[in-house]
Every structure is written in structure tokens, then in C-alpha cells.
Design a protein around this ligand. Sequence first.
Ligand SMILES: Cc1cc2nc3c(=O)[nH]c(=O)nc-3n(C[C@H](O)[C@H](O)[C@H](O)COP(=O)(O)O)c2cc1C
Length: 325
Amino acid sequence: MTIKTRFTELMGIEHPIVQGGMMWVGRAELAAAVSNAGGLGLLTALTQPTPDELRREIDRCRAMTDKPFGVNLTILPSVNPPPYAQYRRAIIESGMTIVETAGHKPQEHVEDFKSHGIKVLHKCTSVRHALSAERMGVDVISIDGFECAGHPGEDDIPGLVLIPAAADKVKIPMIASGGFGDGRGLVAALALGAEGINMGTRFCATVEAPIHQKAKQLLLDNDERGTRLIFRNLHNTARVGANSVSQKVVEILSHPESKFEDVAHLVRGAQGRMLLETGDLDAGLIWAGQVQGLIHDIPTVAALIARIISDASDIIAERLTSMAA
Ligand SMILES: Cc1cc2nc3c(=O)[nH]c(=O)nc-3n(C[C@H](O)[C@H](O)[C@H](O)COP(=O)(O)O)c2cc1C
């Protein structure tokens, strides 16, 4: 059985499974593996230190797959923001046709991408932001529930409510994100009104994910309780994996007078990168979601996607059909 939705048709892909943008992880090896397996792989623009290096990474990915793939551009508030407009130019001039935007105030980026005929998936964490992105003209909403790795927003609404609440209002195709890792999740997402799923953490525990084996093993060893919410008091909540660093950050920020500067030395992106590259699990933060509780192996991307589709098809054709009879 294949699972065809408006999303697979629009993107020209075989399976309704997206590999979300992931800092330090969303490189050509992983994105190409996902696209070759029939899903939609995404490079993460800001993982490349300069816009020119992003152009080269796009070329490298093109050499690894002839299937559709995209680029994630994440716009986050920052003291020294990266040159977003130059990264956007690199994406457009490289002839990309699919982009995932995420973060704050995407309008100028969305307008520029759309004026160049690029299909835009916008990832957001609330129904109101989904509706404003739809009005802005994006093609697909990726709705990210509270379970997710990364930035779940400040409303704390899990996917079980957020996905159907968004599906009730959003008219364009919508995919569900946060907490997905297997065929059961895919069927649930489709039942709740989504037309596909987006996964981050699950794709980190695959053979092709360009991170250290010990980091992959941590995702297997942690269960569904193995995350910490940090930056809550700064109204920039982030869900990361449980380790000594995230624990320390939670403790420091639990003091009423605490500020970002008190933890800045612990949360630098370069330290998270070191963790992923060296396998030193106390080097920094590791982004990971509650779906760690559903990760029990490190398969190839192709094996993972084939298993999700086959399990989802069995659930639809057998378990659910027999119940409905
Ligand atoms: C290691 C890692 C890095 C991530 N970096 C980004 C990022 O740079 N930009 C972004 O939009 N989302 C980022 N995310 C979030 C994912 O794209 C995706 O929305 C999220 O992982 C979905 O939840 P899940 O982990 O439960 O599948 C990251 C997730 C992980 C696991």
C-alpha cells in the first residue's frame, strides 16, 4: 500500500514523511538518504557557516539524489543574527524549489521565496501562527506539538489537541510534527487531519545521521521522560535531551532573578556541535524530543521509512478495518 495525500502530490514525493531542519544534523548525507527513500529530506541552511558553503552543500546533495529535497531556514531572535538575506539568496540562486521556514517573522523570506516559485512549508507551534502563515501565502503548514525537540512555543499544547485544532481551520495541506517515530504515529497524524509527518529526533538515530554513535545511543537509552524544558522563564522555551548540561541550565534558570547571561556559557551552539561530533555527552546541549521513548534501534533511513509505511499500511488495512467492520 502507498499512502498518497495532497502533500505527497504537491511535493512530488512517494511517502508523506519529512526530515525536519536540524542544526548540525541536516547535512547532505541525511537529507539525500531521506529523499532517496521516498521522503522529503531537508538541508539546514545555518549549519553551513556561510551562504557560499550552503551553495556547495546544495550541490553536494544534488550529487547524492535526483529526488526532491529542500532547505530549512530558521529565523530566531539573536544578538548577532546571521545574514539571513544572503542565505535566502543562496537558496534561491541555487534553484531550490522547496523550503521549510521556521521561527519568528518569516514574511519577507516567504514573500521572496514565493516570488521565485518556491514551495514553502512553514513550521509553527500554534493555530494562530498557522493561520497567519496561510494568509502569508505558504503552501504547507507543519504544526509542531509540545512533544517536539526544539522550540515548542509557550502554549504547551500537545499534538493530540493541536493537530485537529489546526486541521479544523487550516485549508492548505498540513503535516504533523513532534513525537512521531513509527507507523502508529503516522496513522494517528492522518486520523487527526494531517497529510503527513515531520520527524527530527527519530532521524538522528539512523545510520546516515552525521553524528557520533554515542549521541545516537543516548537517544536509545533515554525514554519518553528523557527531555528537559529550558528557557521557560525567558519565554523562548526549548526542549532538549536530558543530560548534565540541560539539568544545570534548568537549575540555574529556576532562580527568580536569573537571566540568559547566567547560562550563556553552557548553551552555546558550538558546544552542542561538539557533543554531536565527539560523543562527549556532557559537552553541551543535545536537542531531542519525547519520542526518544519510541526509539529502540539505529536503522538505515531507507529501512526506517519502509517500516513506518508498512506498519502504517497494516494498521489501516487490518487493525482499524477489522474494528470498523
Ligand atoms: C538535533 C535537532 C536539531 C534541530 N534543529 C532545528 C533547527 O535548526 N531548525 C528548526 O526549525 N527545527 C529544528 N529542530 C526541530 C525539528 O526540525 C523538528 O521540528 C522536531 O524535531 C520535531 O519533533 P521530534 O523531534 O519529536 O520529531 C531540531 C531538532 C533536533 C532533534
